[in-house]
Write a protein that binds this ligand. Structure first.
Ligand code: AMP
Ligand code: MG
Length: 497
């Protein structure tokens, strides 16, 4: 089997990786191949959906042209800096140019120890692998930039966690795996030449439009701020909580990466945290935009030597200009967020007061036990009629629906003034407000069946539902339901090791 690899990272960025081999595993079994994605990459999906595919996606038998490397990176984890993290349980196989001409990384997760493993075993357990598969594909179907799962295999060995669990390997596809932490790695070594090489590589690969600009490194900082602002706005619009927004988990491409303790918010509460290790709520739902801004400040710091060079050697000038760019993050983010919210609320025109209207809808949900996802779906139901006759379903979500008494008439006056056909507006709202998100209890149910019983049916069914998040299918009603308040209150997620 050969993939048409073209491994530019290995070729161009010596010093930012070590060549390394995947561990051999005893009895690989292919659980799932992502046919659509394989086709997109120009791979022979049918041929790969086989025992040979299992050998390939476990790392036992590499496709021709693969040059497996462990990438080096650093990172701030929960605010503390580690100068060396790196791929401790991952390997990059190489890059392929997909059918649209886009360069994509193909990488393993769970392929054994590397020089960056520190205390870890380099392995992945089946549960977290399936979780990353599900949530990544859900995000993709929601139209949110994300890395994706190409394949999942079980290895035939157990990995030791709090107990023995079936081992697995995920094959992941990404625009690249370059992180803010990759820049921090070069910067922490004081290697300005390497830093410049990395920055130029990223501009070539992800931001070709700023190549040849007057100050390309400032351009890179601004472009990343914009891409991340857009990404985080999308997360916030669907209630996604990443859970571990360390700088090593923030990509230069603007894709969501590293689905560990992530989860979707059910009842609306800005302070929602699911991750068991996020004791102080650093990565709570509401903190995601400011944390992204904080991470981008760490990126600017890493980039500083290059920014100083672009400022004629004047550090103060460089810092001032970088601060200005970072200072714009909040307003750029807010614009993206508001654009998303306009769609969610069914507003087709931009008007003054839209931001307040959106914020007040959310404020009204607080403390009411209102399911965030269903609220917008039922608002679409309410939009079906020009009057208040279809508002009952939405009101039912609120512990005290008087919270809606002031807001709904304002919203209605605002949409009616646009003069669009109600049915058309409701349809437009349903096309941006998902009905099916990866409900935490459904994800756990799917993972449990796979891990405890080797039963992949719940996983397959859930995946099929998540691939069509917007279209209402009566037989899928159970997938739209939130968990009970008790189940939801106690829900905790864990880092995906
Ligand atoms: P994460 O929290 O998944 O972003 O991972 C943070 C760091 O821990 C990365 O450098 C990972 O490679 C490393 N890591 C996580 N799990 C393992 C493991 N089981 N074995 C070795 N390294 C790991
Ligand atoms: Mg990570």
């Amino acid at each position: 089997m050969s993939f048409s690899f073209d491994n530019s990272y290995a070729r161009d960025l010596e010093g930012l990786y070590v060549p390394w081999k995947a561990a051999e595993v005893p009895a690989p079994k292919l659980i799932r191949l992502n046919h659509a994605l394989a086709e997109e990459l120009g791979l022979e999906a049918k041929a790969l959906d086989s025992s040979e595919g299992a050998q390939i996606f476990s790392g036992n038998k590499l496709p021709e042209g693969a040059v497996t490397i462990a990438q080096a990176y650093a990172g701030h984890q929960f605010g503390g800096f580690s100068p060396q993290l790196g791929d401790g349980r991952a390997l990059l196989l190489g890059e392929v140019i997909d059918k649209q001409g886009k360069r994509r990384d193909i990488a393993f997760k769970g392929s054994g120890r590397t020089p960056f493993s520190r205390g870890g075993d380099g392995k992945a357990a089946l549960g977290p692998v399936l979780r990353e598969y599900l949530i990544g594909e859900a995000m993709f179907a929601l139209g949110i930039p994300t890395t994706r799962a190409l394949a999942a295999v079980t290895t035939g060995e157990f990995v030791r966690r709090e107990r023995n669990l079936p081992g697995a390997v995920l094959t992941r596809v990404a625009a690249s795996h370059i992180r803010v932490g990759t820049f921090q790695f070069a910067a922490a070594r004081g290697d300005e030449a390497l830093l410049a090489k990395l920055a130029n590589y990223v501009i070539d690969r992800h931001y070709p439009e700023i190549k040849g600009a007057d100050k390309p490194y400032f351009g890179l900082l601004r472009a990343l701020c914009e891409r991340q602002a857009a990404l985080i706005a999308r997360w916030m619009n669907v209630g996604f909580i990443h859970g571990v927004m360390n700088t090593d988990n923030m990509t230069l491409s603007g894709e969501t990466i590293d689905y560990g303790p992530c989860a979707f918010m059910d009842r609306y509460d800005p302070k929602t945290v699911f991750s068991s290790i996020d004791e102080y709520g650093r990565y709570a739902y509401v903190n995601q935009p400011p944390i992204a801004n904080w991470n981008l400040a760490r990126f600017a710091e890493a980039l500083l030597p290059l920014l100083i060079a672009e400022s004629g050697g004047e550090q103060d000038k460089a810092v001032e200009q970088a601060m200005e760019i970072l200072g714009d993050f909040q307003s750029v983010y807010e614009q993206h967020w508001l654009t998303g919210m306009r769609g969610k609320l069914g507003l087709t025109r931009e008007e003054e007061g839209d931001l307040e209207l959106a914020q007040e809808f959310l404020a009204g949900m607080e403390g009411q036990g209102v399911d965030f996802t269903l609220a917008f779906r039922r608002l679409a139901d309410a939009a079906e009629a020009a009057d208040a006759s279809r508002e009952g379903w939405l009101r039912q979500l609120y512990a005290d629906d008087k919270k809606l008494d002031a807001w709904l008439p304002r919203w209605r006056a605002r949409i009616n003034a646009e003069g669009l056909d109600p049915a058309q507006r409701a349809q437009a709202m349903r096309s941006v407000n998902p009905l099916y998100i990866p409900r935490n209890h459904k994800v756990e149910e799917a993972l449990d069946a796979a891990v405890e019983l080797g039963n992949y049916e719940p996983f397959e069914r859930l995946l099929a539902v998540l691939q069509q998040p917007f279209s209402d299918k009566p037989e899928r009603a159970a997938y739209a339901e939130p968990a009970t308040a008790e189940a939801s209150a106690g829900y905790r997620t864990f880092c995906g090791t």
